[in-house]
Every structure is written in structure tokens, then in C-alpha cells.
Design a protein around this ligand. Structure first.
Ligand code: SF4
Length: 368
């Protein structure tokens, strides 16, 4: 039996879907928004949000899955470390299956590489303490949501004198990527549904240039059906009134200025660096590296790894993840979707990740 709150949410969801249809029925053109976040993509599929939208309102997926945007050269760098004698590479589970140039971490592990699955950077620090004879490298993958906790773990390791712990930083920053996306493609886009959890850290204010100079409707949305539809309604109203701005629908978690404590710890340990993205190439100041004072904990420095952008590496043959991540292709349009590429046998990272667009479409929207 449903809880009374679920009935309320259901009624609210229906009302918002109706309001969206009513507003768009008076609009002659098409509106196209991008959901930037993989968690939104999954929620859309799970709740059938795309099917609730009016025909002249389209929502496409973007580069919001951290596993998916990590490019092959960064996977290869992690593989190189995992295969080094005396090194344990600790990483989140999804990264184990992402193919590098020749194999994935999971396959390398089957061949003797030491790759440990962890759920947090704290766990990697504990692993280092339990294996004082080895070097433990935590592979830091993710957006601004995860980098503060990685920074905190590193500070903890330093304070506790854990010298055999280091971080391979593959962290990405979302705002520069969205600007680069608009620069590189003629996407015919009118707005961004911004990610609630990234904005809980960095705030919504940092996206103001997208609304001001780029004329994009920008709304930070939560992850329940009513959140998503409510955010889209706000975006539609901005577009119809020709007044793009940054708004927060997800006010119960996000403040305009973000989380000052999390930002302070992230900025204490990391600094922005040019970074390579799958599908988007090298984007200025779109990644994070350790500040010079934390060099002892920088795995790239410790093990003499070359920058990812200097490595030659190709995406898996036939894989269109780059196009999918730029919003140029819907997953079912990839010739490998659902045939050569499935969650059991993924060809590209967008099918591997629990937040990948291809995995979301495979699971929930295969008949669309
Ligand atoms: Fe890549 Fe598979 Fe998605 Fe095609 S269906 S884009 S091969 S992950």
C-alpha cells in the first residue's frame, strides 16, 4: 500500500506534466534541453519522464556521467599503475569494466594486476594502512561531488603519516565542459537541466555565464519525478518569456553559493588543470590536479606518468560514446546498441556505468 506522501507526489507529478503540456501547446516551435547528469538520465528512464513530455519538448543526455567522460588514455594510466609490482590500484567498481586501449582493469586483474574495488577514498587509505609494504593508489574519478571527500581523505592520510597512499587525479569540473560543449557543436539547445548533487557542492551561481552570455535556461533539479518535471517547467517558462536565468528547483539541497566547507577543502588540495574528456577532447581548466604542496601524494608524479593528453589512444572500434556524450546521438542510434554492446558485454563506458546513457536506455527505453 502506498504511503500518503506517494499519492501526493503522484498528484503533483501529474499536475506538472499537465502544466508542461499546456504551456508548450501555445508554443509553435520546438524546445530542446539537455540533462547534464547521469543520475537524471537514469531517473528519466525509471519514471518514464520522456514519455510524459509534450511532442515539441525534447530532452537529450549530456556529458554528466563521470565514468563515461574519463578518456581511454586515463584508463591506460590507471592500468599501467595496476600492473606495476608493489602497487595496488584502488578504484570505484564501474571503472573496473571501462575498456582501455587493450583491456579493462577487471580483465587486467584476472591476469594478475592488483586492482582493488573500494567504495570511497577513505577505504583506500585504510587499505594503505593494512598493506604498509605496498603503494596504494586511489584513482580519483568524478565531478565536484566526489573531489571534496578525496581531498579530505588525502589530508587524513597526511595527518596520520600514511606515506604509501597517493591519488591518481582524473577529476573533472562540469562548468567548463558545458561551455566547451556549446563552443564545439551546433546543438540547437535552449537549456540545461543542471545536476543537483554537483550543484550542492559548487552552487548554482557558477552557471550564470551560461544564462547570461549563452542565453541558456538553467535550472538545478532534484531527482524525483516531480523535481524533474518542476525544473523543466521552470525552464520552459524562462524560454517562453525569453528571460533565461539560473534558478534552483532543488532548494532542499542546493544553495546559490554552494557548500563553502566542501569547496574550501577541495580548493585546499586541488587546483584546476587542462583536462582530456572522452568525446570533448582537451578542455582548459576542466580537471583537477594536486597542488604542489601535496606532490608526495600525487601518483602521476610519484610514478612518473605522462599527461593523459600526450598518450595515443583510440576509443573502442564502432563505439559512439563520444557522440552520445555530446548530445549528438541518442544511444539507440548507435549501431552496436543492444547487439554487440549490452550491459553484460559493454563496448563503451556509457553502457558500463550505472549512470551511463546507454545503460539507462538499455534498461528502461529500449523500445523507443
Ligand atoms: Fe558505446 Fe555501446 Fe553506447 Fe554504442 S551503445 S555508444 S558502443 S556504449
Amino acid at each position: 500500500m502506498k504511503h500518503i506522501d506517494e499519492y501526493r507526489d503522484l498528484e503533483l507529478t501529474k499536475r506538472l506534466a499537465r502544466e508542461l503540456r499546456d504551456d508548450m501547446s501555445g508554443h509553435e516551435g520546438q524546445l530542446r534541453f539537455m540533462e547534464v547528469c547521469g543520475t537524471h538520465t537514469m531517473a528519466m528512464g525509471r519514471y518514464g519522464i520522456r514519455q510524459m513530455l509534450p511532442p515539441n519538448l525534447e530532452l537529450i543526455s549530456g556529458p554528466g556521467c563521470p565514468v563515461c567522460v574519463t578518456p581511454v588514455p586515463e584508463v591506460d594510466r590507471a592500468l599501467e599503475l595496476a600492473m606495476k609490482p608493489g602497487v595496488i590500484l584502488a578504484s570505484f567498481g564501474d571503472m573496473m569494466q571501462v575498456p582501455g586501449s587493450s583491456l579493462s582493469l577487471g580483465r587486467a586483474r584476472a591476469r594478475g594486476a592488483r586492482a582493488a574495488l573500494v567504495y570511497s577514498a577513505w577505504e583506500a587509505v585504510r587499505l594503505a594502512k593494512n598493506h604498509p609494504e605496498d603503494q596504494v593508489v586511489f584513482w580519483g574519478v568524478g565531478f565536484e561531488t566526489t573531489s571534496p571527500t578525496v581531498a579530505a581523505s588525502l589530508l587524513m592520510a597526511r595527518d596520520q603519516g600514511v606515506k604509501n597512499f597517493s591519488v591518481l587525479a582524473s577529476h573533472k569540473l562540469l562548468p567548463p565542459a558545458l561551455s566547451a560543449l556549446l563552443d564545439s557543436d551546433s546543438l540547437d539547445l535552449q537549456g540545461f537541466l543542471l545536476p543537483g548533487h554537483v550543484c550542492a557542492i559548487i552552487g548554482a551561481g557558477v552557471f550564470q555565464p551560461l544564462a547570461g552570455m549563452r542565453r541558456m535556461a538553467c535550472v538545478v533539479g532534484g531527482f524525483e519525478p516531480a523535481d524533474i518535471l518542476g525544473a523543466m517547467l521552470m525552464m520552459v517558462k524562462q524560454c517562453l518569456s525569453k528571460a533565461p536565468k539560473v534558478e534552483i528547483q532543488y532548494q532542499r539541497a542546493v544553495a546559490f553559493g554552494g557548500n563553502p566547507k566542501a569547496l574550501a577543502i577541495m580548493n585546499r588540495v586541488f587546483e584546476p588543470v587542462d583536462s582530456l574528456w572522452r568525446g570533448l577532447g582537451l578542455i582548459p581548466k576542466s580537471g583537477l590536479r594536486l597542488r604542489p604542496e601535496f606532490r608526495d601524494f600525487d601518483a602521476a608524479d610519484k610514478f612518473g606518468l605522462p599527461p593523459a593528453q600526450t598518450l595515443e589512444a583510440k576509443d573502442p572500434p564502432g563505439c559512439s560514446c563520444g557522440q552520445v556524450l555530446r548530445g549528438l546521438m541518442r544511444p539507440p542510434q548507435c549501431p552496436l546498441f543492444g547487439t554487440a554492446c549490452t550491459p553484460d558485454s559493454p563496448v563503451g563506458p556509457c553502457m558500463v556505468s550505472s549512470e551511463g546513457s546507454c545503460a539507462a536506455y538499455y534498461k528502461y527505453e529500449r523500445t523507443q
